[in-house]
Ligand binder design. Structure first.
Ligand SMILES: Cc1ncc(COP(=O)(O)O)c(C=O)c1O
Length: 447
């Protein structure tokens, strides 16, 4: 068994090696420090001592300012599903550029893109576009509170619904000021207790079908179906945040589980790699935004229908993202996760990957992981060491251990990732501490 100081030493060594091999990135980081807090404008991207500064992407590869080429296993936190600059998307953006930006009115593309989304998500009987997933969730919540005339919203510890809707630690000082009721994920008994206490004031239950940023913890089917029933019982809306999970099948996680939410929120890759969000659902709710109606609710947004996003999003759905390709990608992800877990287990390394389909997360923990509370014992240094070891082998994943495959990430790339992780395991043999066990599970009845 390795002493902890050995692990610290190995990590320091790996970080020093990273620093030495990234002088241009360090220089760019120094330049940014005076104007951006920590040189950073997107918290999730930062890690110590500084992140690599990327200059180019192609297919499922990235190049940084120091001339390194990486296998991109991060896929822009799921927004990069199409890879970097697919020719079909490039052609559509280029055509849109030629016909002019900022056209000051409706264009045909927004209706076409909305129809492509509705074809995939029939529960979105009517929908509207926003510029991000955060904004989509803000609009869904605003709709729920306005419709129900209630102020409380039930969310889950570990959930992430956007920069001002973050519940990783149960909440955040910069969250928007709704009256949050925070329950335990995958624990229907806890939700029932919270609903019993707050039900008559509850505007909505907002839930990710899988905790994405919170560690790729899948929501158990009976739990998510139970939320549908509880929302109905109390007259609250069920909002499914499918910003990440929409890519798990042609009709998202909701079609796999047979759940029809009142409202759904989308984002990420649906904009073809450009800024995107959408919220939509029951026609009777969304019709409140119909501007032909007297006292229609306003939902403005200069860039809601910006031509580049509409064009790129439409090209992606029309030409690239068939049900078959999406299913193949998710099967590839399932196979990769299974193989990596087998390898880690066989080598006695205290790491496991959780997730669904093409989305996965590395955890330095043993045992089943079902909620945010199960992750508290994780030793972040183990994840950090694996991250720097993979980076040194030209594989780029999120510093927190998140992996999202893209369409160009094929079997050969999966083998490369597996090989790099195998090498990393061997290079630090004897240094991996024993896995911290997840806390004892308390399964709700019927789980
Ligand atoms: C489940 C989920 N909801 C919402 C968001 C916010 O989307 P955006 O970053 O586009 O604001 C994210 C982003 O990671 C997400 O994972």
């Amino acid at each position: 068994m390795a002493r902890m100081s050995d692990l610290d030493q190995a990590l320091n060594q790996a970080i020093e090696q990273y620093r030495r091999s990234h002088p241009a990135s360090e220089r760019l980081h120094q330049q940014a420090l005076g104007v951006l807090p920590g040189g950073n404008t997107r918290s999730v991207l930062f890690f110590d001592p500084f992140p690599p500064y990327m200059v180019r992407g192609e297919g499922c590869h990235l190049w940084d300012a120091d001339g390194h080429r990486y296998l991109d296993a991060l896929g822009e936190y799921t927004a990069g599903l199409y890879g970097h600059s697919d020719p079909a998307i490039r052609a559509a953006v280029s055509e849109a550029l030629h016909s002019g930006l900022s056209l000051s009115s409706h264009t045909e593309r927004e209706g076409l893109l909305a129809r492509e989304l509705q074809r995939r998500f029939p529960s979105m009987e009517l929908l509207r576009f926003t510029n991000s997933g955060t904004e989509a969730n803000l609009m869904a919540l605003a709709t729920a509170t306005a419709v129900t005339e209630r102020r409380k919203v039930l969310v889950f510890k570990g959930a992430y619904h956007g920069g001002v809707l973050a519940f990783g630690q149960g909440g955040s000082p910069v969250n928007v000021p709704y009256e949050w009721v925070v329950a335990r994920y995958n624990d229907l008994e806890d939700v029932r207790a919270q609903v019993a206490a707050h039900g008559k004031d509850l505007a909505a239950i907002l839930v990710e079908p899988m905790l994405g940023s919170g560690g790729c913890i899948p929501g158990e089917p009976h739990f998510l179906q139970g939320l549908r029933a509880l929302a109905d019982e109390k007259g609250a809306l069920l909002i499914l945040d499918e910003v990440m999970t929409s890519r798990l099948s042609f009709g998202g996680r909701q079609s796999q589980l047979g759940i029809r939410p009142d409202l759904t929120t989308l984002g990420k890759y649906f904009g073809g790699g450009l800024s995107f969000g959408a919220f939509g659902g029951r026609a009777d709710l969304m019709a409140r935004y119909d501007p032909r109606r007297p006292q229609a609710w306003q939902h403005a947004g200069t860039f809601n229908n910006n031509v580049l996003t509409m064009a790129a999003g439409l090209a992606g759905l029309k030409h690239l993202l068939t049900a078959e390709r999406l299913d193949a990608l998710n099967r590839r992800g399932d196979a990769l996760r299974t193989k990596l877990n087998k390898m880690l287990e066989a080598q006695g390394v205290p790491l496991q990957l959780t997730g669904l389909g093409s989305l996965m997360q590395l955890h330095p923990l043993a045992g089943p992981l079902r909620s945010a509370d199960d992750l508290v014992a994780a030793d972040d240094r183990v994840k950090a060491l694996m991250f720097f070891e993979l980076l040194g082998r030209s594989v780029y994943m999120a510093r927190r251990g998140f992996i999202a495959l893209s369409l160009p990430f094929g079997d050969a790339e999966c083998m490369r990732l597996e090989h790099a992780m195998g090498e990393a395991v061997n290079a630090r043999r004897g240094l991996w501490p024993p896995a911290a066990p997840a806390p004892a599970l308390q399964r709700p009845a019927g789980a």
